[in-house]
Design a protein around this ligand. Structure first.
Ligand SMILES: Cc1ncc(COP(=O)(O)O)c(C=O)c1O
Length: 335
């Protein structure tokens, strides 16, 4: 039997991430976290990236050794697309807002992406005239359409389908159908709409809750929809979010720190944001099974966390040593 290549092994590790109970938060309401940093390139975005590339291959859009994938992204989608596309034989160019953490940019460079920086806010904005990253990626790709493919996670149905076909079924199976509430941060809306759609087919009373950060936030990967238009992918299914929470930077960081203190989990800031919202909801419930999405771990965020006084440098070093359930990643520039 042929032995599997490293590429195949990494690609096979997309999805099927662990769901763990957060025992120090569970009481009459059980609280579980879906640890999306177990994906091979370290975030929930591996799912969307893989599905978008496979979809383009199926449609005959991509040609190995010739095509270049270009995408505007604030980090995780770029890391996922670069890592996965390289394994599958494509080059990648990323258009990235300059405020994205230096660790993220370094990872992208290490993985072999060509980077274009813009002065956009933390996330590329979808509204016309405020979307430099999106506009620049469009301009580069439309000049040479035979070479460039822009997956455009903000409109690509394969992003939604990734979660309808993988994350949703996993949450259902891992809770033995007992999930009552599902929480996810809102970026493109792929996670919340895809998972909600699947879970509601199984049990229409399951509540899907979208979490957005405050205006002028510091939460990489998420967006506030009062200051940024809702991406088309999200807009057309926005009724799949039954409820919304808006969480401040301070609340997000407090929950991030507390997750380390109570659970020894070193999470990314969007996980803290989602956790803060879930805890508000849990306070109103008498029972149930709440699932929160932890989109990435905290290792890329040393500079953010020390600048915002979430952790001092030495606390962060200690957290790196003591944190449980961190995985080995195929890039070594973090920590
Ligand atoms: C860290 C993080 N959390 C959450 C999200 C939101 O996921 P989605 O785009 O599926 O709404 C993203 C998206 O980039 C992210 O990077």
């Amino acid at each position: 039997m042929a032995t599997k290549t490293l590429s195949t092994k990494l690609l096979e590790r997309i999805g099927n991430t662990p769901l763990i109970e957060l025992k120090s938060y569970s009481n009459k309401v059980k609280v579980f976290a879906k640890l999306e940093w177990y994906n091979p390139f370290g975030s929930v975005k591996d799912r969307a990236a893989y599905w978008m590339i496979k979809d383009a291959e199926k449609k005959g859009i991509l040609k190995k050794g010739q095509s270049i994938i270009i995408e505007p992204t604030s980090g995780n989608t770029g890391i996922a697309l670069t890592g996965i596309a390289k394994l599958m034989g494509y080059d990648v160019e990323i258009v990235i807002p300059e405020k994205v953490s230096s660790e993220t940019k370094m990872i992208l460079g290490n993985l072999g992406a060509k980077l274009y920086e813009t002065t956009d806010d933390l996330c590329p904005r979808v509204g016309v005239g405020t979307d430099q990253s999106i506009a620049l990626a469009r301009a580069i790709s439309s000049a040479r359409p035979q070479i460039y493919f822009m997956p455009n996670q903000y409109e690509n149905e394969a992003n939604y389908r990734a979660h309808y076909e993988s994350t949703g079924p996993e949450v259902w199976e891992q809770t033995n159908g007992k999930v009552t509430h599902f929480f996810a941060g809102a970026g493109t809306g792929g996670t919340i709409t895809g998972v909600s759609s699947f879970l509601k087919e199984k049990n229409p009373s399951i509540k899907a809750v979208a979490v957005q950060p405050q205006k002028q936030h510091l939460i990489q990967g998420l967006r506030n929809f009062e200051e940024s238009d809702m991406p088309p992918l999200f807009k057309k299914r926005k009724e799949l979010a039954d409820d919304w929470y808006t969480i401040t930077n301070d609340e997000s960081f407090k929950a991030t720190k507390e997750l380390f203190e109570k659970e020894k989990l070193l999470v990314g800031p969007s996980s803290g944001c989602v956790m803060a919202a879930a805890l508000k909801e849990v306070g109103k419930l008498n029972g149930g099974v709440v699932v929160v999405t932890f989109a990435d771990d905290g290792r890329k965020f040393r500079s953010l966390y020390t600048n915002q006084n979430v952790f001092t440098d030495s606390e962060f070093d200690r957290a790196l040593k003591e944190a449980r359930m961190l995985t080995e990643l195929p890039f070594d520039s973090i920590g």
